[in-house]
Design a protein around this ligand. Structure first.
Ligand code: UD1
Length: 429
């Protein structure tokens, strides 16, 4: 038996939705708690599979964790392990980021290489090169990174060839518990980087420049406890705004700083949508047909790759020919063939796709093969005529808290269902 979501499309979504805490900020902040023996608290933490996985990870390293579904309290009096196994890193790629805290605090770490996944190769060379510059000795054997820093890490000047989010998180964490001044150039500028820097500053580090390309870290020999409220999830927020757009409605997302969207809101305006920003809210209203656009994903403040799949869903019903170039992950178009099952006209050519807008989509069973692909297919199904079934729902559960409830509150018609094993027998499987 497995879960799927039944979606009956065709109703314009209208109303407001409050987004949860940002999953992609929660993961590094929780991992950074391994840098101190004192209690760290994080509120507004979304109740997602990825949150459970990171809590399990912290416990494996000696973290004493309490989580009530929103607030996490962690204390790690001593690091009890130095190894993150392949099964953990495979289940949660961000687990690889424990390398820095383990090295900085425990002076040794063994962490499995994340390997590739459905959306691309995803190497970690920038993480490793940065840590080597900080004095770590690193070797790779049988798919595992062995890292030691017997005399402790040392401050360094590190130039990242590409603004990798993960490498920036990793190196800020390492530098925070390394006495002296580390300078990181070519850093990722995503809001989640600022969130991590603020959290580490609360723990006693002195980090300047987060949100820009150059970050300077005055590290300490010890860090202390801290408390913070997690920022809102810009990808979840963008998904709900696009749900309003594709169904022809008007959706307000609350609990999000409009600056977190980078160029996303400009693209929505180019698509002919009316966009209104408040201090911590954004409203998007569709007044006519959606217009075709040409979009290229890029590091923040460019168009977020995590919103590429949900955007593609909306462009399937836009007037004219749209194009998307994916510059971050070479294989991130798995949703295109599933959108085609709903009647979308999409042609994939390497890192680019061309989308011929159609008048309407038609409901069908589809598989959501990663978090954002699943969200994209849910949006398309909400706009399609008739009934769809979204399968492989466990991917959606990694990134969207209370998905059906939030969508229903906007007027969507969708329900979680359990597939009957007899369906498979009759289908001859
Ligand atoms: C994070 C996000 C993910 C988002 C991505 C880009 C989390 C948990 N995940 O992933 O949702 O899609 O940022 O915004 O926050 N690269 C290298 N060498 C490296 C590291 C990265 O070549 O050492 C390349 C990757 O292959 C990829 C690109 O850089 O092509 C972006 O990767 P990165 O920014 O590191 O993404 P993640 O931190 O893995």
């Amino acid at each position: 038996m497995s879960e799927f979501i039944e979606i009956v499309g065709g109703s314009p979504l209208t109303g407001s939705v409050t987004v949860g805490g940002a999953k992609n900020a929660g993961l590094p902040l929780l991992i950074s708690t391994l840098l101190t023996s004192e209690e760290c608290v994080l509120t507004n933490v979304p109740n997602l599979t990825d949150t459970s996985l990171v809590i399990h990870l912290l416990e494996q390293f000696g973290g004493e964790v309490q989580y009530d579904g929103s607030t996490v309290r962690v204390r790690t009096p001593r690091l009890l392990a130095t190894e993150a196994s392949y099964s953990l890193v495979k289940a949660l790629r961000a687990s690889f980021w424990v390398l820095a805290p383990l090295l900085a605090r425990g002076r040794a770490a063994r962490v499995a290489l994340p390997g590739g996944d459905l959306i691309g190769a995803r190497p970690v060379d920038l993480h490793l090169e940065g840590l080597v510059k900080m004095g770590a000795e690193i070797s790779l054997k049988h798919g595992v990174v062995y890292a030691t820093a017997e005399k402790g890490l040392r401050p360094a000047v590190i130039d990242l060839r590409f603004p990798s989010v993960g490498a920036t998180h990793q190196l800020i964490m390492a530098a925070s518990l390394t006495p002296g001044r580390t300078v990181l150039k070519g850093c990722a500028r995503e809001p989640e980087i600022i969130a991590l820097a603020n959290y580490l500053n609360g723990m006693g580090a002195d980090i300047q420049g987060a949100g820009g390309a150059v970050i300077e870290v005055a590290g300490r020999s010890e860090l202390g406890g801290t408390t913070a409220n997690l920022i809102g999830d810009r990808i979840e927020a963008g998904t709900y705004l696009l749900a309003g757009a594709i169904t022809g409605g008007e959706v307000t997302v609350n609990g999000i700083d409009p600056m977190f969207f980078g160029s996303f809101l400009d693209i929505l305006a180019e698509m002919g949508l009316s966009v209104t920003c408040g201090d911590s809210s954004v409203t998007v209203k569709r007044t006519g047909s959606l217009k075709a656009v040409s979009v290229k994903t890029g590091p923040f403040p460019g168009f977020a790759t995590d919103l590429q799949a949900p955007l593609m869903a909306a462009l399937t019903v836009a007037e004219g020919t749209s194009s998307i170039e994916e510059t971050i992950y070479e294989g991130r178009f798995g949703h295109a063939s599933e959108l085609a099952r709903l009647g979308a006209q999409i042609k994939v050519d390497g890192r680019s796709v061309t989308i011929e807008g159609v008048e309407r989509l038609n409901g069908a069973p589809v598989d959501g093969l990663d978090i954002r692909a699943a969200a994209s297919l849910a949006l398309a199904a909400l706009a399609a005529e008739g009934k769809s079934e979204l399968h492989e729902v466990h991917h959606l559960r990694r990134g969207y808290e209370h998905f059906e409830r939030k969508m229903s509150n906007l007027g969507a018609r969708l329900w979680s269902r359990i597939s009957d094993p007899e369906d498979f027998i009759f289908a001859g499987c």
